[in-house]
Design a protein around this ligand. Sequence first.
Ligand code: MN
Length: 242
Amino acid sequence: MKRRNFIKVAGAGSLATIITPGLTHCIPAKKSKSFEGHIFEKLPFSYSDLEPYIDAETMELHYDKHHRGYFNKFITEIKGSELEKTPLRDIFKNINKHSAGIRNNGGGYYNHSLFWNNLNPNSGEPSAELSLAINESFGSLEAFKEAFFTEAKTQFGSGWAWLVLDENKHLKVGNTPNQDNPLMPVSDIKGIPLIALDVWEHAYYLNYENKRADYINAFWNVINWREINIRFEGALNGDWKG
Ligand code: MN
């Protein structure tokens, strides 16, 4: 993590809150999380904070049942193996060597952690640097949103839509099925994830039923640009944690 961001975050809570992994509740745009320790993080907001765009019941089920389920199954899969101490990026890099359980549950664990942290009721705006990169890659912020919408809308069945920084430091949008992600070689889109949007039906069906398009459009009201700005800055230096 960047020292500057840590200091900024440290001012928002007690020291105990900052240094204890998992106890980061209500601290926005943090960089203090560590995936190496395979920690089930607390949500950075409360279940109802994203209403009316994402309802509290969906948030509770999604976080406490779905996400926790992926995490628990992943931990069961890796228990007693060297993967307990292997960073997720390295697990994903060699995903073909691992079981379907590790691919699906490890992906589900990581993807949802990214997702919660790129949501916030006070969404902020893209930094000057990120805006420039968006304009270079897509022409405008609106054109980017349209391209991202198309990826989210056209992912057949369950999956995710992504904005990534690829190995040539270009921004790209794409989608993945199931719980795959752009850190896995099996993914069509590869790069460091900057934005993750869950388009599984469990992410929206209670509130939006079959209207996935309405859910995607609502996402822009609760996107956490401050976190994405930090991820972009990190990704330029190869920092995969965002
Ligand atoms: Mn989900």
